[in-house]
Design a protein around this ligand. Structure first.
Ligand code: 5GP
Ligand code: MG
Length: 175
């Protein structure tokens, strides 16, 4: 990575907030009586997850799983492994996977397959951002936030070499 890339805002904190509000309203409609388990994929999802769950006013549980596919570079390796697994059973539970951004789809496709084997009552997907131009695994995003261009995005939890997660806006870097 260039050491001084220029930063451009793609979505402001206000735009993000209204997308999160809309997703929370849709999720509330479908899950208010289901005591779902929301499974966030670390690390990128941590801020989105924190904002989302505070807008869900019904019983739910929060879990995190840590997967790796990118390593420290920007290209997916095509291989996914579980770095830190779940601490609760999901059998017969309503499971909603929460992801920050879906690019090739390899990470989420792996997780969906991994969770399906555990026989949840239902399994759906929410992603704040969808980058469809590089998709390699077909996926249905049940609760999509933004569609984004093929740019490397940082901020609002997303990193570039572990930096920028703390930016309140979603930005892209121009080298
Ligand atoms: P996949 O290619 O498997 O869909 O995405 C792999 C992982 O790369 C995702 O979990 C996501 O966190 C991360 N990722 C995908 N696109 C971007 C991006 O534009 N910026 C950052 N910081 N991470 C991304
Ligand atoms: Mg991620």
């Amino acid at each position: 990575m260039n050491s001084h890339p220029e930063r451009h805002t793609l979505f402001t904190r206000e735009q993000i907030e209204s997308a999160v509000n809309r997703l929370a309203a849709e999720i509330t409609q479908n899950y208010r009586d289901k005591n779902p388990i929301l499974i966030g994929i670390l690390k990128g999802v941590f801020i989105f997850m924190a904002d989302l769950v505070r807008r869900l006013d019904f019983p739910l549980e929060v879990e995190f799983i840590r997967l790796s596919s990118y390593g420290s570079g920007r290209q997916t390796s095509g291989r996914v492994k579980v770095v830190q697994g779940l601490s609760c059973p999901v059998k017969d539970r309503h499971v909603l996977v929460i992801e920050d951004i879906i690019d090739t789809g390899i990470t989420v496709a792996f997780l969906i397959n991994y969770l399906e084997k555990k026989k949840p009552a239902s399994l759906k997907l929410c992603a704040l951002m969808d980058k469809p131009s590089r998709r390699r695994k077909p996926l249905k995003i049940d609760y999509p936030g933004f569609t984004v261009p093929d740019k490397f995005l940082v901020g609002y939890g997303l990193d570039g070499d572990e930096q920028y997660r703390n930016l309140p806006d979603i930005c892209y870097l121009e080298e």
